[in-house]
Design a protein around this ligand. Structure first.
Ligand code: PMP
Length: 418
């Protein structure tokens, strides 16, 4: 594209505005991103994405999580292609469904069984249905602002939902044990589930590890009420611990909801559960025309195999640490303080004294201009495809971005002296 020539991205946005409500739905709308971010993409490979105008970026979103092994991982794609040649959407599942369920049961510590869907919202919704079928109760305790999907019971934007859709949500603050206790006292007789993410990862706020005492209290209260502890692993799955993100804490969920990374970019979700909930999982009616898709399940088996073989979590930890340390050094040398939070595998960088995200927005726009695709408010994602050299290339872009923030907003030290 030469200067003055209209970009393909702009032309597509204009066409989309006419035929797609709002031009795009949900949080992937480019209007929510810094200036210069593309809406439309042409391809992805490893840890790189290419937009429709041919600009290549070193990517730190992994398509908002799914591509945990990198885009188009050759082994996953070969497994998917072999199955694609045989058929994807058939009258029923392929043998891959059984194979994948067996692998999940072997890998996920609490899992005695697995059942499959397509999206994270399907999985959290099915998990809640199982909890309600098992208990005959209605209430679900969730953390305020925790994202569990876009169905009427959980979408963060109430337009198009009724008060009744959300009537049985009981909101608490993540890690607030007293708030948890008092919510529990109010509803324990009608409590079906406590649904929680493994750590706090809300949009635009620092990520927070779970307080082990909070997690233990959730387990104890679920046991006391006979309610289900549901762990929403949609975002964290395969990134923190392959056996489940609360495995290191020694706390066993009754149900876990998975999606995003489990088939490395192929559409797949799963609920895993314990034997005691098998009967309830059998009694609910839940299905979808594409839920048995054989290609995604073949991809899921390959993804798990590679994750185990390659030491995926250790790799994410290693490259994540390098990124975090590099950013911390740059932040100090440019005099631009940042708050980095969350597991290093899922980095989030927020700027001090940045209530409207102006610094974060400028930082990301500048990093993008130098070839790195970051996010100013949502946690980012690393993949097996990110090498140490890729991290260093990204750090070259962020160094320029820090310089731009310092030039526009001043160095923290200089500001204090003023
Ligand atoms: N739960 C969590 C924790 C998520 O991060 C998401 C998606 N960002 C969902 C549920 C919903 O998943 P999906 O968008 O695939 O429906």
């Amino acid at each position: 594209m030469t200067t003055g020539e209209r970009s393909r991205d702009a032309a597509l946005r204009e066409r989309a505005r006419r035929v797609v409500p709002g031009g795009m739905t949900g949080h992937l709308h480019a209007a929510l991103l810094p200036p210069g971010y593309p809406q439309f993409f042409a391809s992805g490979s490893g840890c790189r994405v290419v937009d429709v105008d041919g600009r290549e970026f070193l990517d730190f979103m992994c398509a908002w999580g799914p591509n945990v092994l990198g885009y188009r991982h050759p082994e996953v794609e070969a497994a998917a292609a072999r199955q694609q040649a045989l058929g994807d959407c058939l009258n029923g599942p392929s043998p891959w469904m059984v194979e994948l369920a067996e692998r999940l049961v072997d890998t996920v510590a609490h899992a005695d069984w697995a059942m499959f869907q397509k999206n994270g919202t399907d999985a959290t919704t099915v998990a809640l249905m199982i909890a309600r079928a098992a208990t005959g109760r209605r209430k679900v305790i969730v953390a305020r602002r925790s994202y569990h999907g876009a169905a009427p019971w959980c979408t963060p934007v109430p337009a198009g939902t009724t008060a009744e859709d959300r009537a049985h949500r009981v909101e608490i603050t993540y890690n607030d044990i007293d708030g948890l206790e008092s919510a529990f006292e109010r509803v324990s007789g009608d409590l079906a589930a406590i649904l929680v993410t493994p750590h706090r990862h809300e949009l635009g706020t620092e990520q927070q590890p779970v307080d082990p005492a909070f997690a233990r209290r959730i387990r104890a209260l679920c046991d006391r009420a006979g309610a289900a502890l549901v762990l929403d692993e949609v975002r964290t799955g395969l990134r923190i611990d392959l056996a489940g993100s609360w495995k290191p804490l020694g706390i066993r969920p009754d149900l876990s909801a998975w999606s995003k990374a489990i088939a490395n970019g192929h559409a797949l979700a799963a609920v895993t559960g314990i034997d005691a909930l098998r009967d309830a999982a059998t009694r609910i009616f839940t299905t979808g025309s594409f839920w048995c898709g054989a290609v995604a399940m073949a991809a899921g088996v390959a993804t798990l195999e590679i994750a185990l073989r390659e030491g995926l979590v250790a790799h994410l930890d290693r490259v994540g640490r390098r990124l975090r340390e590099g950013l911390a050094t740059q932040s100090a040398s440019h005099g631009v303080p940042v708050r980095q939070s969350g597991p290093v595998q899922m980095p989030l960088v927020l700027f001090e004294d940045d209530p409207d995200f102006a610094k974060g927005t400028l930082f990301c726009a500048e990093a993008l201009a130098h070839g790195a695709y970051l996010h100013p408010r949502h946690n980012m994602f690393l993949s097996l495809a990110h090498t140490e050299a890729d991290i260093d290339r990204a750090l070259a872009a962020t160094d320029r971005a820090f310089a731009a923030v310092a030039a526009r907003f001043g160095r923290a030290v200089a500001r204090q002296e003023a």
